[in-house]
Design a protein around this ligand. Structure first.
Ligand code: MRU
Length: 385
């Protein structure tokens, strides 16, 4: 099955697909420095919580690996203390690129933990740095395998739930929000992985997805992924979720997550909460699919999740190819950003994420299995992290 990728690596080279130009132009951008990685994440050339964590970790590994080969070596490789302060500086800087996606924080914490373990073991500074290179690469490598596990667990769980209500467990229709596939991860995806799994096992009738304004992860990216995977799909405008639930047999909503608090409250792309409220009204299972690194046990509930607000201008413009299509000198479809508001409009509210309360969530699927609420009506995520 053909798939898309957000990141490709070869020896000494990291490239990302520029998601600002998809689906009309495929442009690979080489990422050579920590600053470039930070900028690509902040400007959303790459996005999706697991993908940005992977890019941060890979770029960090590349930085250290180049430092180890440099002649002369940079001063921060002269002592464990100097290495620690440089690593702290870099990982803290990378984590500031997007504040809601905790996977980025989990990746940077993992690197810091590895460093501390290496210091405690009394390793010499060069082998410490080498350990960190490997740890950074592992963050990205481990993503695809766990996505497949989550997809299978979540898919099988949904089939069981549908059967328990008297359904056949086949011909399932699943709505998703935003983009959670290969472009948002290192491969296969989270919620879109679950949908892909249902398709591969012959259980899916159709995937529905919202356009996901204002960045349009749905219409630009999920549409392209579903088309590439040849999964039957229908796009809806964000405001049509209620209508869809009233007029179509939807068996589940499956979404990804940027951060899940200890009690299960989940931050995900803006519009997720709306879909959850409507799903509850229509008694449709609402499933969150995310790796364990998305669970933040330090936060008791969703009220503490930092919500990123994007620049107001991003809510005033729509990007895309000119229509009817016209080609530039390189044969690429010409693209434009079009303003859809009067110039100088003030008072624009543009949070990138919202928080869906745990009470509206039926299941949280991670690589460790499917978490559902206990007899007390609450998730107990500390038991699985
Ligand atoms: O702003 P984005 O595009 O990075 O937001 C992405 C989402 O909200 C995804 O649903 C989430 O990161 C999970 S991706 C597997």
């Amino acid at each position: 099955m053909a798939t898309l990728a957000s990141i490709r690596t070869s020896p000494n080279k990291i490239e990302i697909i520029n998601q600002l130009l998809l689906p009309h132009t495929t442009e690979w951008l080489q990422i050579d420095t920590i600053e470039q990685a930070h900028d690509a994440i902040k400007t959303m050339k790459i996005r999706g919580a697991p993908a940005i964590a992977s890019l941060a970790a890979l770029t960090f590994s590349q930085y250290l690996s180049r430092a180890l080969k440099a002649d002369p070596r940079p001063p921060f490789l002269s002592s464990p203390e100097a290495l620690k302060s440089q690593v702290t500086l870099l990982v803290d800087f990378l984590y500031t690129a997007r504040p809601t996606a905790v996977n980025l924080g989990a990746a940077t914490r993992r690197i810091s933990r590895k460093l501390q373990a290496s210091i405690d073991a009394g390793n010499d500074v060069l082998s410490m740095a080498q350990d960190l290179v490997e740890e950074g690469n592992k963050v990205a490598d481990e993503d695809v395998g766990r996505n497949k596990e989550m997809a299978k667990c979540g898919g099988e769980w949904l089939v069981k739930v549908v059967k328990s209500k008297g359904g056949s467990g086949e011909g399932l229709n699943v709505l998703t929000v935003c983009n959670t596939g290969s472009l948002a991860t290192s491969g296969y995806g989270t919620a879109l992985g679950l949908i892909t799994y249902l398709h591969e096992t012959g259980k899916l009738d159709r995937a529905y997805f919202t356009q996901t304004a204002p960045y349009h992860q749905g219409s630009r990216l999920t549409a392209l992924e579903l088309q590439t995977l040849k999964i039957p799909s229908t796009m809806i405008v964000d405001t049509m979720v209620g209508s869809l639930f009233q007029h179509h047999d939807i068996h589940a909503v499956a979404v990804g997550a940027d951060r899940i608090a200890r009690n299960g409250d989940t931050a995900n792309k803006i519009g997720t909460y709306n879909a959850a409220v409507l799903a509850a009204r229509h008694k449709i299972p609402f499933i969150v699919v995310a790796p364990i690194t998305t669970v933040d046990l330090d936060l008791d509930d969703g009220s503490k999740i930092p919500i990123e607000h994007r620049p107001p201008l991003e809510a005033c413009i729509v990007r895309g190819a000119l229509y009817p299509p016209s080609l530039d000198a390189q044969g690429n479809k010409q693209q434009a950003a079009v303003m859809i508001t009067p110039e100088g409009l003030n008072g624009i509210y543009n949070p990138s994420f919202d928080v869906t309360p745990a009470e509206l969530i039926s299941a949280i699927v991670t690589e460790k299995g499917v978490a559902v609420k206990g007899a007390d009506g609450k998730f107990h995520l500390s038991g699985i992290v």
